[in-house]
Design a protein around this ligand. Structure first.
Ligand code: ZN
Length: 65
């Protein structure tokens, strides 16, 4: 699994279907085979980044995990 934002594989699992990119500091939630990306703000709140990506970029490739 690669980060759709920076395309690195430096992802850590932080929960059930929840990953974190250590390179660009975004949270990746896997929902129904589709990623939802969020940026963690300094105050701990989440800002969605989904509108920055095309649908095909957020679809996870089969067997990619
Ligand atoms: Zn990244």
């Amino acid at each position: 699994m690669k980060c759709p934002n920076c395309h690195n594989k430096n992802l850590g699992k932080i929960g059930v279907n929840l990953y974190y990119c250590w390179d660009c500091f975004i949270e990746l939630a896997l929902i129904d085979g589709r990623l939802s990306l969020s940026q963690v703000e300094e105050d701990g709140s989440l800002t969605t980044l989904d509108d920055l990506f095309e649908e095909h970029e957020l679809k996870t490739e089969s067997g990619g995990f």
